[in-house]
Design a protein around this ligand. Structure first.
Ligand code: PBG
Length: 319
């Protein structure tokens, strides 16, 4: 008689596991704040901190020692303006942070490439009245990309969802000689309420409106496939689906249809839901994040951006 439970016995269960979560696939987001001297905790994300330029080398060194392969950097500048000029300042927070990490570690450094942390209005592009301008924003994104590459970024990750941002960034990088710098595009990025805690973490809330005019409608699937296809045509080397858990159908389809390296971003809200429930004693945080990450991997992610990368690495080094 067929008995499925035979293969669920201890040891056999592990032997027949179809998905293996590996530290080499995880990317740790790191927030670097120009205005602080010591790490500051992020209230909406229990257990997460913003680093200062002073504390960054030690934190990066710790991540490297634990075996975390890569970081995704976000900068919080001391000044913001209408055009987000801090984003492409060669002495800006992110450029300084990249140089510091590259000088002190061998971590792979990925930079989030967007204007929203640097604009006074908090939108991901230039604005005219209440309209977020597309084409006028593209040359600025190109400048941001070259400033990141010049500082030593290994990969740039545009997250602003402007049309044609990937081709604009590719051309800008190529013109400046950064032909080997890959682009990880936030290709299917939804206008998600699960970014809520990140807005505190990165102080990237907006002064008016929302991001629905450029980020995708959560109701759409075919459009995500289309977005990914366009970004690949424009020159994206890797693509991303974001958020992760509520969008596993999209992730599966993107991986199956295009076969390109595909990242999933387990976003701030996905972190905070579990972390907050764990604080209340309602969920086992470790078991919950291991399950969530395994399922994201099972759905087709080659890489996962997760706020638990460091905790996962600690678990691995203990066992
Ligand atoms: C910047 C950006 C955001 C996130 C990553 N890059 C915020 C947004 O688009 O509003 C969200 C990450 C998270 O929630 O963990 N455009």
């Amino acid at each position: 008689m067929r008995r499925m439970r035979r293969l669920r016995a201890p040891k056999i269960r592990e032997m027949v596991a179809e998905t293996d979560l590996s530290l080499k696939d995880l990317i740790q987001p790191v927030f670097v704040d120009e205005r602080i001297a010591v790490p500051r905790k992020i209230d909406a994300m229990p257990g997460q901190f913003r680093q200062s330029l002073e504390s960054l080398p030690a934190e990066a060194g710790l991540l490297e020692d634990l075996g975390v392969p890569a970081v995704l950097l976000f900068g919080l500048p001391s000044q913001k303006d209408e055009v987000g000029s801090g984003a492409y300042d060669t002495q800006g927070i992110i450029q300084k942070a990249v140089r510091l990490i590259k000088e002190t570690t061998n971590l792979l450094v990925i930079t989030d490439l967007c204007l929203c942390e640097y604009t006074s209005h908090g939108h991901c592009g230039l604005i005219k009245g209440e309209k977020v301008l597309n084409d006028e924003t593209l040359p600025i994104l190109g400048e941001v990309a070259t400033s990141h590459a010049e500082a030593g970024a290994d990969i740039v990750a545009p997250s602003g969802m402007m049309d044609h941002m990937v081709s604009a960034i590719r051309s800008a990088l190529d013109v400046e000689g950064y032909t080997d710098t890959p682009i990880l595009s936030y290709a299917a990025k939804y206008a998600s309420t699960f970014y809520g805690p990140f807005r505190e973490a990165a102080e990237s809330g907006f002064s008016f409106g929302d991001r629905k005019g450029y980020q995708m409608n959560p109701a759409n699937f075919a459009e995500a496939v289309w977005e990914v296809q366009l970004d690949i045509e424009e020159g994206a080397d890797m693509v991303m689906v974001k958020p992760a858990l509520p969008y596993l159908d999209v992730l599966r389809a993107v991986k199956d249809m295009f076969g390109v390296p595909t990242a999933a971003y387990q976003v701030s809200g996905e972190y905070s839901m579990i972390a907050a429930a764990a604080e209340k004693g309602w969920l086992d945080e470790r078991a919950a994040f291991l399950e969530a990450l395994t399922c994201i991997k099972r759905a087709g992610a080659d890489m996962i951006i997760t706020y638990w990368a460091k905790d996962f690495a600690k678990l691995k080094s203990e066992s």
